[in-house]
Each structure stands twice: as C-alpha cells, then as structure tokens.
Design a protein around this ligand. Structure first.
Ligand code: SF4
Length: 345
C-alpha cells in the first residue's frame, strides 16, 4: 500500500471513520446522535420517512473521487493522492461489505447503552438498521460492483439512498438493482462553472454528468437533483435559468435546494459569506419552482434545505419517521448541523 494512501486512511481513522476492507467505511451521522438523544430527525426523515437512528452513513469508495470540489469539507482524494491512484486499489466482495457495514454501524452506537435516560426502544431499533445512505465521502460509482452491493443491502432489509455526482452513467445505467432513491448532486450549471468549481480530473466529466441527467427519467425508483447553493457562485438569475434547463432534461421526482455549509477543509477555499441563510435558500427555491413548474412542498430550517416536487402529498416514504412534510421544525437554522459545525459531524 503506497504511503500516501496509508497516511490518508490513518487520518480518516482519527476522524472516527470505521474502515471496512480496502475501500469502504461507515461513520456515525450527526443526526443519528440527535435522534437517539433528542428525538430530532434529519431532513430525510421529514421528506422521505428515513428513521435517522436506524441509518448507516456509508461509502464504498471512501477516498476515491474524480472531482475536487471547492465546497467539499471532507478529506478530498486530490489533497492526499495523485490522480494515478484514482481507481480503487482492489475490489471487495459486496456481501462482505454489507455485513461489515451493519456491524460497524452497531459499533458506532454501542456507546449509547451507557447513556442515562436514553430511549431503550429507539436504541434497540437502532441496533437493527433500516437505511443505508451511500453518501459519506468519495464517489460511490467508482466501486464497479455497486449494483450487487445495493442488492445485498436490500436482501438484508435495508433501503438505499445512492448519492452520486453523475460522472459514471455507464455504472448507473447497468446497475443490477436500482437504489431505493437516486440522488445526483450538482453545483455547476454549465461546463465553465463545472471546471471552475468541481475541478474534474478528466476533461469529459461534465459531458458524462449531462449523460447521467439524460438517463435519470429511465429509473423507476424516485430520483432527486440536489443543488447545493453557494452565494456568489450559483445563486444568480443566470444560474437559475441554466439549472432549470438541466432539470427539464432529468425530470426528477424531487429537487432539494440546500445551503452550502461553511465547515471543515472548505473553509480554506470559500468564505462564511458563501453560506446562505435559510430564507435565501427559500427565495431561490421558490423562483426555481416557478421556472420549472414544480411546487415547494416542504422545508427543514435546521438543515437549510427546501424540497420541490410535482407530487402534492408525501406518498413516497422509505421508513416510519414520525415527522412529515408539513410538521414544524424542532428548531431554527442554527439548531442543526449549520449551528454546531465541527462538533456535529
Ligand atoms: S439520511 Fe443522511 S442525514 Fe439522515 S441519518 Fe442518514 S446519513 Fe444522516
């Protein structure tokens, strides 16, 4: 194992990543803690029914990505490795990864048994996870057996949210099994803004991202376009119109407009002023909804995110989270991960 990779993996261990095999990891999510200790669920609980305390935050490519986005707050591969190392060193078995991910999730929450006044029923539920968020770090589609892995998780009665930057339409188009929900994360609205902000390591990645948006309507599972809003970069009227064109191609079930979070390594590349307040996210989302014929159907102030859809009821529920679209939030825009950045994540 090359030195840079060994050093990077040690850095992740210090950041409480639970490494699995040669390229995967689990890390306890901030909202698992909030759900178990305060019964506050993440925005995906409110929007899609995810029971946060039963959710595994996971990646099958923990240190591998073909972008170096300015807003990335985690350890970017390009910060620790050369592009020659941009492919996984070896390919672990999907069944082994699925079992280990469940075990590592249990390990991350075992400490709560010592917590005074912890809700024993929720803790018991948390030991039987129901959801996998394939979103932790890196680019999951760089793991070539992703479809088999999704199948293994489903066989173990877990739903799967797959979050991708869309750089591997070939992998997405040939998945053995679709995820329960498919996310494509975008910040850029054309090739120029993509090269500047997402810093692709290969020249054709914007074209591949557009290809992914073209095939999105062919998925039977719900699809989501998530726009991370960065003030001064993609919150202009020009970018809104260009996002509208991209969305008309992808025709997603849902659109999430979410504020950039001034946190971690991104603080060396962007400023606190780049982080929108919730009301600024809401204004942009409302304008975008008008532009594309979608409706604002829900929001979460603690996570500074607004949900757009053509659906008028929360009919797509992947779990039994007791909170739904119209329920009030347990706090304001400073009460969630934006309010207590470092400690939270
Ligand atoms: S869905 Fe995402 S935010 Fe919610 S608990 Fe899972 S990893 Fe955390």
């Amino acid at each position: 194992m090359v030195n840079s990779l060994r050093k990077a993996l040690n850095t992740l261990r210090k950041q409480k990543y639970h490494l699995i095999g040669s390229h995967s990891a689990v890390k306890k999510c901030y909202w698992v803690h909030k759900a178990l200790t305060q019964k506050h669920f993440c925005y995906k609980g409110k929007f899609y029914g995810i029971e946060s305390h039963r959710c595994i935050q996971f990646s099958p490519a923990v240190l591998w990505c073909w972008n170096s986005c300015l807003h990335c707050w985690r350890l970017r591969p390009s910060d620790v490795m050369s592009w020659e190392e941009s492919l996984l060193p070896s390919i672990d078995d999907p069944g082994f990864i699925a079992d280990a991910a469940i075990e590592e999730h249990r390990r991350t929450i075992s400490g709560y048994f010592a917590y005074p006044n912890i809700d024993k029923t929720m803790l018991k539920e948390a030991m039987t996870p129901k959801h996998v968020a394939i979103s932790l770090t890196g680019e999951a589609t760089l793991y070539p057996r992703l479809g088999e892995l999704i199948k293994e998780f489903h066989k173990r009665d877990l739903t799967t949210f797959l979050v991708t930057r869309g750089i591997r339409p070939d992998i997405l188009a040939n998945l053995d099994e679709e995820p329960s929900q498919l996310y494509v994360s975008i910040e850029a609205y054309d090739e120029e803004s993509y090269r500047y902000f997402n810093k692709p390591i290969f020249p054709n990645l914007w074209k591949l991202t557009l290809k992914t948006l073209e095939i999105l309507p062919s998925f039977t599972s719900p699809t989501v376009i998530r726009i991370t809003l960065i003030k001064g970069f993609n919150n202009s009227e020009k970018s809104l119109k260009k996002f509208a064109k991209l969305i008309s191609v992808a025709q997603p079930t849902f659109i999430e407009v979410k504020a950039y979070m001034f946190i971690g390594a991104s603080m060396t590349r962007l400023s606190r002023e780049s982080m929108p307040h919730h009301k600024e996210v809401k204004i942009f989302a409302e304008l975008l909804a008008n532009e594309i014929g979608y409706n604002v159907v829900s929001e979460s102030k603690p996570s500074r995110v607004v949900l757009l859809s053509k659906l008028d009821k929360p009919v797509i529920r992947h779990g039994n989270c007791p909170v739904s679209w119209e329920d009030p939030d347990p706090g304001d825009e400073f009460s969630g991960e934006y309010g207590e950045p470092e400690t939270a994540i």
